[in-house]
Design a binder for this molecule. Structure first.
Ligand code: B16
Ligand code: MG
Length: 230
């Protein structure tokens, strides 16, 4: 039995911070005369802060000086953090704690693989900081998802070969990153949106211990499709 590694995305998998990102991006967009919708917010899931602002400006046909771009990004984050500061353990998504506890009981290495630069702050608020053996987030990578860097670094940090890692991800960009890293991609959300994932669950309440145990025990978790991904 090869040693497995379990890598969790943060926003949209462990907690639903997309609603706070939405409020903060909407305020910013409005301040520069851009209309920002929830549908557009969906497209920012898993996308880094810099790339998110670039997308919003493109949607609104606006360009900014570098100084204004950086100022607005900082303002957005301050506003976003005002929501994060009010978070507590009640915001952990259903089923997540059970799954984490099961993997801990089975002595499985677990890592965080998130695009967020606020991951430590968020994990502390929901009392999960010490749960992870490694935390790789937006501060540790230079290339944003769908680049596999974040997950490859997470695998390295928990000393598990990428092909023995399982990634739980809610964004299309994140699923693509896991696939490029040749890891098993488990989508959390809508199967029609996450159609590139190896398997999709609506949320963690659909993931039972039997499934987790199969992942732990399975000799080869990578399906044939992965071999063709460059
Ligand atoms: P921050 P994840 C991502 O987190 C979010 O899905 C995405 O919407 C956000 O823009 C990105 O983090 C950067 O977040 O502004 O906190 O650095 O889903 O990869 O955990
Ligand atoms: Mg996410």
């Amino acid at each position: 039995m090869k040693k497995k590694g379990f890598i969790f995305d943060l926003d949209g998998v462990i907690v639903d911070t997309a609603k706070y990102h939405f409020l903060a991006w909407k305020k910013l967009a409005q301040s520069i005369g851009i209309d920002f919708t929830e549908v557009q917010n969906e497209q920012l899931k898993g996308v880094s802060r810099v790339e998110s602002l670039k997308k919003i400006l493109a949607w609104g046909n606006k360009t900014l000086s570098e100084a204004d771009f950086n100022r607005l990004m900082a303002e957005k984050n301050t506003n976003y953090l005002s929501y994060i500061h009010k978070m507590d353990t009640s915001e952990i998504l259903p089923g997540v704690l059970n799954a984490l506890q099961y993997l801990i009981d089975k002595k499985q290495p677990i890592a965080l693989g998130s695009a967020s630069k606020n991951s430590v702050e968020i994990l502390n608020k929901v009392n999960l900081y010490k749960t992870f053996d490694a935390i790789i987030d937006g501060n540790a990578v230079t290339k944003a998802k769908p680049n596999p860097e974040v997950f490859l670094k997470a695998a390295e940090a928990i000393k598990v070969a990428p092909e023995n890692c399982i990634v739980f991800e809610d964004s299309v960009a994140g699923i693509q990153a896991a696939n490029k890293a040749k890891m098993m991609s488990v989508g959390i959300g809508d199967a029609s949106v996450l159609n590139e994932a190896d398997i999709v669950f609506k949320d963690f309440t659909e993931i039972d211990f039997k499934f987790l145990n199969e992942l732990i025990k399975e000799k080869r978790i990578i399906n044939k499709r992965k071999k063709n991904i460059e």
